[in-house]
Design a protein around this ligand. Structure first.
Ligand SMILES: Cc1cc2nc3c(=O)[nH]c(=O)nc-3n(C[C@H](O)[C@H](O)[C@H](O)COP(=O)(O)O)c2cc1C
Length: 152
């Protein structure tokens, strides 16, 4: 059974994107996936800073999120669109999860072999589509293009 990790790029209470993730997770469960829905509000992280990482290593919440990623086969992500891009919270989370905890860890270990579905919800006229283009291009194709098998 496919294991899916689902989260949104919003920590806002009553976030539309977190609601969308829950609906998508329900759909995935109905067709047989085992879905874990998390809220990034429960995994607060400092803004990525290489000096901080050098001094303190990965924050505990980054380690927890990476572990969750490793335990799942695929991702369901919904992100708000802020000024035509996906959210800073999501970018920061992606950045921390891309970091290795030790020198013998493979690059981008948490992303290897993952399948991802990306979504957006917005009260704006375009429904967040511009942010998704950016997310797909900048995240999945540029950052981890060698490690993602398929992107839906
Ligand atoms: C700083 C800022 C910029 C925004 N830019 C956009 C935008 O470019 N396109 C859009 O559709 N909505 C935009 N919005 C509206 C968000 O889509 C809306 O606040 C949405 O509810 C956020 O997602 P959430 O409900 O999951 O927290 C913006 C909101 C803020 C606060």
């Amino acid at each position: 059974m496919a294991k899916i990790l689902a989260f949104s790029g919003s920590a806002r209470e009553n976030s539309y994107n977190q609601k969308l993730v829950k609906i998508a997770a329900l759909g995935a469960s109905k067709v047989g996936a085992e879905v874990t829905v998390i809220n990034l509000a429960d995994y607060p992280l400092p803004l990525y800073n290489a000096d901080l990482e050098k001094e303190q290593g990965l924050p505990e919440n980054a380690k927890k999120l990476k572990q969750l990623m490793l335990e799942h086969d695929g991702l369901l992500i919904a992100s708000p669109e802020y000024n035509s891009a996906f959210s800073a919270l999501l970018k920061n989370t992606i950045d921390w999860m891309s970091r290795a905890e030790s020198s013998d860890e493979k690059p981008l270990a948490a992303y290897q072999g993952k399948v991802a579905a990306i979504m957006a919800a917005s009260p704006g006229a375009l429904g967040g589509i511009r942010g998704l283009v950016f997310l797909r291009n900048k995240l999945f194709l540029k950052l981890i293009k060698h490690f993602i098998k398929r992107v839906f």
